[in-house]
Design a protein around this ligand. Structure first.
Ligand code: GDP
Ligand code: MG
Length: 163
């Protein structure tokens, strides 16, 4: 059975960039439930010898009305419910925001594995955000750069034991 890995986090942290880096072939554009899975993308993910289904919770960037929080919560909860492993992404350059803390509180309730990814940490960037992210209570953060492909070996090290 192929494991499902969901990428969650507030808009603009780099979820889709990470999705694009991990995905080989896009398998589905799910749009059956308005406001929940409308913009969700699924693909065949690969990292080293690990093959998985990867889920990007995308498109929330365009939603600016006051139901944003509710939509994000529903979509995130659905993705986590569906997934075997959740990748919770923050922007290490920006540091923690209220929205990150809101999301972290949601995902902490899950009894399935969650990996905390501090993205945009290419070079020495994001060192402060990386340290700050311990506050989320999601364990040890993994510094990555989805854009530049850094930290992928570290991500592999954390994922491998979950197989
Ligand atoms: P999403 O809204 O979480 O899906 O975020 P996107 O993947 O759309 O990325 C948001 C912005 O962050 C884009 O301008 C990306 O180019 C940028 N970005 C994503 N990953 C990185 C990274 O590793 N380093 C830097 N510096 N920028 C990144
Ligand atoms: Mg996106």
């Amino acid at each position: 059975m192929t494991l499902k890995v969901a990428i969650v986090g507030r808009p603009n942290v780099g979820k889709s960039t990470l999705f694009n880096r991990l995905v080989g072939r896009r398998v589905a554009l799910v749009d059956d439930t308005p406001g929940v899975t409308r913009d969700r993308r699924e693909g065949d993910g690969h990292l080293g010898d690990l093959d998985f289904t990867i889920i990007d919770t995308a498109g929330l960037e365009d939603v600016t009305d006051n139901s944003l929080e509710a939509r994000m919560r529903r979509q995130t909860e659905a993705a986590i419910r569906d997934a075997d492993i959740t990748l919770f992404v923050i922007d290490a350059r920006v540091g923690l925001t209220e929205t990150d803390r809101f999301f972290a509180a949601l995902v902490r309730r899950s009894d399935k594995p969650i990996l905390l990814l501090a993205n945009k940490a290419e070079g020495k960037a994001g060192a402060d955000g990386l340290m700050e992210s311990y506050e989320l209570g999601l364990g040890e953060p993994i510094a990555i750069s989805a854009e530049h492909g850094e930290g992928m070996a570290d991500l592999y090290q954390f994922l491998r034991p979950l197989w």
